[in-house]
Design a protein around this ligand. Sequence first.
Ligand SMILES: NC(=O)C1=CN([C@@H]2O[C@H](COP(=O)(O)OP(=O)(O)OC[C@H]3O[C@@H](n4cnc5c(N)ncnc54)[C@H](OP(=O)(O)O)[C@@H]3O)[C@@H](O)[C@H]2O)C=CC1
Ligand SMILES: Cc1cn([C@H]2C[C@H](O)[C@@H](COP(=O)(O)OP(=O)(O)O[C@H]3O[C@@H](C)C(=O)[C@@H](O)[C@H]3O)O2)c(=O)[nH]c1=O
Length: 296
Amino acid sequence: MRILVTGRDGQVARSLVAKAAQKADIEILCIGRPEFDLAQRQTIIDAVAEAEPDVIVSAAAYTAVDQAEDEPSLAFEINAHGAEAVASAAQRCGVPVVHLSTDYVFSGDSDEPYTEEDEPAPGCVYGRSKLQGEKLVAAANPKHVILRTAWVYSPFGKNFVKTMLGLAGQRESISVVADQIGNPTSALDIADAILCVIDRMGAAQEADLYGLYHLAGTGDASWSTFAQTIFSTSRECGGPTARVIDIPSDDFPTKARRPPNSRLSSLKFERNFGYSLPHWRLSLAEVVQQLVRSTG
Ligand SMILES: NC(=O)C1=CN([C@@H]2O[C@H](COP(=O)(O)OP(=O)(O)OC[C@H]3O[C@@H](n4cnc5c(N)ncnc54)[C@H](OP(=O)(O)O)[C@@H]3O)[C@@H](O)[C@H]2O)C=CC1
Ligand SMILES: Cc1cn([C@H]2C[C@H](O)[C@@H](COP(=O)(O)OP(=O)(O)O[C@H]3O[C@@H](C)C(=O)[C@@H](O)[C@H]3O)O2)c(=O)[nH]c1=O
């Protein structure tokens, strides 16, 4: 089984490489800029044709949430039209695409965890561009699994856990918003779930498994609770720590509006794939320990 993964240096791609290394029957091929650029359609067509994959994992994206407010055209070119081109290239090869999307497609004004039935209403450019990407991917390739995930962290790339540990080295206290809640999700757990999806699709070409799913870590937290847990875990293993000061979102102005509640219900994924992600606290401990060990 040859899996082509876009976004070579991203968190999900690197987690897939780490997880697939433990599986003899899987070959992972990661592609990235400059030879594969979502803003350059021909590079997508060429890269996919050359790879001859059995499945494509579309993990590359424009993920700079605030910066997207200043570069909406580029965000849409990459997250919407680039994603569509990847799904079309997969369709021309007759192979499925597993595409990643985000909790930021929701306004966050509901009090309940969002299901796949809920109407998206993104409040920022990043969320709008990813929502259009979902629609274009689904239209371009009937063999699609779209996974909306959230608050991704890992030992790789840029993420909130690494930002907090970095700031703890410089400050005694850090102000963190306490009125935005979501599901922290380890990219390593997403990688396991993607391999499970691919295994199920590859084994039976089960058409009824294609579609849109929410897939996030079990349990929820505010960014502030998440930060406190990062520091308590880091302290236990001898890493940097800081005091967290709870603040409202209004006291941490950002260019992009974030959803106050972006909790996702992953029940559909659980039902269809018989698989759920571990509790975020368990997965976080593993990642923080790895990060502290690697810098200590
Ligand atoms: N991070 C998160 O918290 C969440 C992410 N998601 C989604 O999950 C997916 C994976 O996210 P994650 O692994 O965290 O992403 P990262 O931000 O870690 O990595 C994104 C990757 O996309 C690549 N990329 C950006 N622009 C282009 C382009 N024009 N052409 C080719 N590659 C490009 C980047 O390459 P380069 O190194 O060249 O910049 C980078 O390797 C994305 O679709 C994202 O929207 C969903 C919810 C939460
Ligand atoms: C660094 C920092 C952030 N914050 C707040 C700002 C924001 O509301 C929240 C998260 O900040 P970040 O900018 O790190 O995270 P953000 O870029 O909003 O993360 C999002 O990324 C995209 C790609 C997604 O798809 C989402 O699921 C989500 O993970 O924490 C603080 O309150 N204090 C701080 O010191």
